[in-house]
Design a protein around this ligand. Structure first.
Ligand SMILES: CSCCC(=O)C(=O)COP(=O)(O)O
Ligand SMILES: [Mg+2]
Length: 235
């Protein structure tokens, strides 16, 4: 059992609330064949146009690059699990549609929904910090195996509105946006480097070393670390 005192709880998604396979297999496989059609059908959407411009620039493609060439860059980033902003933006739009039409349902670890509901009911302010885009995050929580959980979260942060997850200034930006005091804020993540960055910003941290997950056997020191959320008490 770990017991700590905090007023703000900020949670990671992949590996912390949902199995990594949910993102890398279920969600990536859903997005993969839909990226090209989405670019072609929504090219007039300024968000898509901006993402395409970023893909060209980061992928060193000419202005004449075809959709297939853009998609090849996006697939390369997905294969290497590079969480690059224009990829996350397009994935988020595709997943948003997938959850809305009922193609997708977010699978959470069994201990998650009950704990989040209990913390929310106890008056804690909950927020999300994930590499998944904010629209993708909201869609994810709107249709989970445990129902619509969107009402539990006060705010959502991604690498666009907060910054990289492994850098302390991102956590300072989140605390400022929440009006939170760092020492009364706790970050929950499965990735030690993210916990190091949060701690550098003065936050409390708890690592999730879930059995079978990629970081299950990583070195989480000096962060308190648990195999599930069940033994975590926040008051
Ligand atoms: C619809 S949420 C998908 C999450 C996602 O795309 C992702 O990359 C998760 O990364 P995290 O920072 O939560 O580990
Ligand atoms: Mg994670």
């Amino acid at each position: 059992m770990i017991s700590l005192t905090a007023r703000w709880v900020v949670v990671d998604i992949e590996g912390t609330l949902t199995p990594t396979s949910q993102v890398h297999v279920t969600l990536y496989d859903y997005a993969r064949p839909r990226l090209g059609p989405w670019i072609d059908e929504h090219g007039d959407d300024p968000v898509v146009a901006d993402a395409v411009a970023q893909i060209r620039s980061l992928g060193e493609l000419p202005p004449t690059a075809t959709t297939d060439e853009l998609v090849a860059v996006l697939h390369g980033w997905m294969d290497a699990d590079q969480k690059i902003a224009p990829l996350k933006t397009l994935q988020g739009l595709i997943w948003q549609r997938g959850y809305a039409v009922g193609d997708l349902t977010a699978q959470l670890f069994g201990d998650v929904a009950e704990k989040l509901r209990a913390w929310h009911a106890a008056g804690l302010t909950l927020a999300v910090f994930s590499s998944g885009s904010v629209p993708g995050q909201v869609a994810f929580f709107s249709r989970t195996t445990e129902g619509d959980l969107t009402g539990l979260f006060t705010a959502h942060f991604d690498t666009v509105n907060a910054g990289p997850k492994r850098e302390a200034p991102s956590y300072r930006a989140i605390a400022k946006a929440l009006g939170a005091t760092p020492e009364e804020t706790v970050f929950l993540s499965d990735v030690p480097a993210e916990l190091h960055a949060a701690a550098e910003a003065g936050w409390q941290t708890v690592g999730l070393a879930r059995e079978g997950e990629p970081f299950a056997t990583a070195d989480f020191s000096p962060h308190p670390t648990l195999p599930t959320l069940t033994p975590l008490e926040i008051k």
